[in-house]
Ligand binder design. Structure first.
Ligand SMILES: [Fe+2]
Length: 160
Protein backbone atom coordinates (compact mmCIF):
# COMPACT_ATOMS: atom_id res chain seq x y z
CA UNK A 1 0.00 0.00 0.00
CA UNK A 2 1.37 3.40 -0.95
CA UNK A 3 1.92 5.77 1.92
CA UNK A 4 1.31 9.47 1.39
CA UNK A 5 4.52 11.42 1.82
CA UNK A 6 3.78 14.72 3.55
CA UNK A 7 4.81 17.71 1.46
CA UNK A 8 7.21 19.89 3.38
CA UNK A 9 6.67 23.60 3.57
CA UNK A 10 9.51 24.98 1.55
CA UNK A 11 10.29 28.19 -0.24
CA UNK A 12 13.21 29.93 -1.88
CA UNK A 13 15.49 32.62 -0.62
CA UNK A 14 15.21 34.61 -3.85
CA UNK A 15 18.29 36.80 -3.34
CA UNK A 16 20.60 33.88 -2.46
CA UNK A 17 19.28 31.65 -5.23
CA UNK A 18 19.78 34.41 -7.77
CA UNK A 19 23.29 35.10 -6.52
CA UNK A 20 24.30 31.42 -6.70
CA UNK A 21 23.21 31.37 -10.36
CA UNK A 22 25.10 34.55 -11.20
CA UNK A 23 28.30 33.63 -9.39
CA UNK A 24 28.76 30.14 -10.83
CA UNK A 25 30.32 31.18 -14.14
CA UNK A 26 32.41 27.97 -14.42
CA UNK A 27 29.24 25.92 -14.68
CA UNK A 28 27.71 28.04 -17.48
CA UNK A 29 31.03 28.12 -19.35
CA UNK A 30 31.32 24.31 -19.20
CA UNK A 31 27.74 23.93 -20.28
CA UNK A 32 28.39 26.21 -23.27
CA UNK A 33 31.51 24.18 -24.20
CA UNK A 34 29.63 20.87 -24.09
CA UNK A 35 26.73 22.39 -26.09
CA UNK A 36 29.16 23.66 -28.71
CA UNK A 37 30.76 20.22 -29.15
CA UNK A 38 27.33 18.53 -29.31
CA UNK A 39 26.30 21.03 -32.01
CA UNK A 40 29.09 19.65 -34.22
CA UNK A 41 29.47 15.95 -33.39
CA UNK A 42 32.61 15.69 -35.56
CA UNK A 43 34.49 17.60 -32.82
CA UNK A 44 33.53 14.87 -30.33
CA UNK A 45 34.51 12.18 -32.80
CA UNK A 46 37.99 13.65 -33.17
CA UNK A 47 38.55 14.50 -29.49
CA UNK A 48 36.48 12.08 -27.34
CA UNK A 49 38.84 12.41 -24.35
CA UNK A 50 38.54 16.18 -24.32
CA UNK A 51 34.76 15.82 -24.54
CA UNK A 52 34.66 13.30 -21.68
CA UNK A 53 36.88 15.58 -19.57
CA UNK A 54 34.47 18.50 -20.06
CA UNK A 55 31.46 16.32 -19.28
CA UNK A 56 33.07 15.07 -16.04
CA UNK A 57 33.76 18.64 -14.96
CA UNK A 58 30.21 19.63 -15.87
CA UNK A 59 28.80 16.75 -13.74
CA UNK A 60 30.92 17.85 -10.75
CA UNK A 61 30.06 21.54 -11.15
CA UNK A 62 26.40 20.72 -11.44
CA UNK A 63 26.52 18.61 -8.26
CA UNK A 64 28.15 21.54 -6.44
CA UNK A 65 25.62 23.98 -7.90
CA UNK A 66 22.62 21.92 -6.77
CA UNK A 67 24.16 21.44 -3.32
CA UNK A 68 24.66 25.21 -2.95
CA UNK A 69 21.15 25.96 -4.16
CA UNK A 70 19.69 23.47 -1.71
CA UNK A 71 21.81 24.70 1.20
CA UNK A 72 21.29 28.45 0.69
CA UNK A 73 18.65 29.01 -1.99
CA UNK A 74 15.85 26.93 -0.48
CA UNK A 75 14.63 26.77 3.10
CA UNK A 76 12.06 24.78 4.99
CA UNK A 77 9.30 25.81 7.34
CA UNK A 78 9.04 29.49 6.39
CA UNK A 79 6.68 31.53 8.57
CA UNK A 80 4.37 32.18 5.66
CA UNK A 81 4.34 31.02 2.06
CA UNK A 82 1.70 30.93 -0.66
CA UNK A 83 0.75 27.26 -1.26
CA UNK A 84 1.40 27.56 -5.01
CA UNK A 85 4.94 28.86 -4.46
CA UNK A 86 5.57 26.14 -1.89
CA UNK A 87 4.45 23.45 -4.36
CA UNK A 88 6.70 24.85 -7.10
CA UNK A 89 9.66 25.10 -4.73
CA UNK A 90 9.18 21.48 -3.68
CA UNK A 91 8.98 20.28 -7.29
CA UNK A 92 12.03 22.25 -8.38
CA UNK A 93 14.16 21.16 -5.47
CA UNK A 94 13.26 17.50 -6.16
CA UNK A 95 14.22 17.95 -9.83
CA UNK A 96 17.88 18.42 -8.82
CA UNK A 97 18.08 14.72 -7.97
CA UNK A 98 16.58 13.64 -11.33
CA UNK A 99 18.84 16.00 -13.28
CA UNK A 100 21.89 14.72 -11.43
CA UNK A 101 21.01 11.09 -12.28
CA UNK A 102 20.67 12.12 -15.94
CA UNK A 103 24.09 13.79 -16.03
CA UNK A 104 25.64 10.74 -14.33
CA UNK A 105 24.21 8.47 -17.06
CA UNK A 106 25.37 10.91 -19.73
CA UNK A 107 28.89 11.01 -18.23
CA UNK A 108 29.07 7.20 -18.30
CA UNK A 109 27.95 7.14 -21.93
CA UNK A 110 30.56 9.82 -22.77
CA UNK A 111 33.29 7.74 -21.16
CA UNK A 112 32.46 4.85 -23.52
CA UNK A 113 33.27 7.16 -26.44
CA UNK A 114 36.92 7.17 -25.36
CA UNK A 115 37.21 3.40 -25.93
CA UNK A 116 39.02 2.50 -29.16
CA UNK A 117 36.41 -0.06 -30.23
CA UNK A 118 33.35 2.09 -29.59
CA UNK A 119 30.09 1.31 -31.35
CA UNK A 120 29.43 3.10 -34.65
CA UNK A 121 26.84 5.82 -34.16
CA UNK A 122 27.49 6.09 -30.43
CA UNK A 123 28.51 9.76 -30.73
CA UNK A 124 25.10 10.65 -32.13
CA UNK A 125 23.37 8.65 -29.39
CA UNK A 126 25.34 10.56 -26.76
CA UNK A 127 24.55 13.90 -28.44
CA UNK A 128 20.82 13.05 -28.37
CA UNK A 129 21.14 12.07 -24.69
CA UNK A 130 22.77 15.43 -23.93
CA UNK A 131 20.08 17.36 -25.81
CA UNK A 132 17.34 15.70 -23.75
CA UNK A 133 19.21 16.48 -20.52
CA UNK A 134 19.88 20.05 -21.66
CA UNK A 135 16.20 20.67 -22.46
CA UNK A 136 15.24 19.53 -18.96
CA UNK A 137 17.96 21.62 -17.35
CA UNK A 138 16.89 24.72 -19.32
CA UNK A 139 13.27 24.18 -18.29
CA UNK A 140 14.39 23.78 -14.67
CA UNK A 141 16.45 26.98 -14.75
CA UNK A 142 13.62 28.95 -16.41
CA UNK A 143 11.13 27.78 -13.78
CA UNK A 144 13.56 28.51 -10.94
CA UNK A 145 14.14 32.02 -12.30
CA UNK A 146 10.36 32.54 -12.54
CA UNK A 147 10.02 31.38 -8.95
CA UNK A 148 12.71 33.87 -7.87
CA UNK A 149 10.78 36.70 -9.56
CA UNK A 150 7.47 35.53 -8.06
CA UNK A 151 9.04 35.32 -4.63
CA UNK A 152 10.32 38.90 -4.94
CA UNK A 153 6.80 39.93 -5.98
CA UNK A 154 5.26 38.01 -3.08
CA UNK A 155 7.68 39.65 -0.62
CA UNK A 156 6.50 43.12 -1.63
CA UNK A 157 2.89 42.02 -1.67
CA UNK A 158 2.06 41.99 -5.38
CA UNK A 159 1.96 38.20 -5.75
CA UNK A 160 -1.09 35.95 -5.42
FE1 LIG B 1 18.06 24.44 -9.38
Amino acid sequence: MATAIPTKTVTVNAAFLQEIKEVNQDLWRLLADVRRMCDSPATIDSAPRRFFGLVEELRDQLALHFALEEAYGYFENPIEVAPRLCRQANELRAEHHDLYLLIVDFTEASELLTHPNRVIGSVLTVVKQFQEFDERLKRHETRENELIMEQYGDDIGVGD
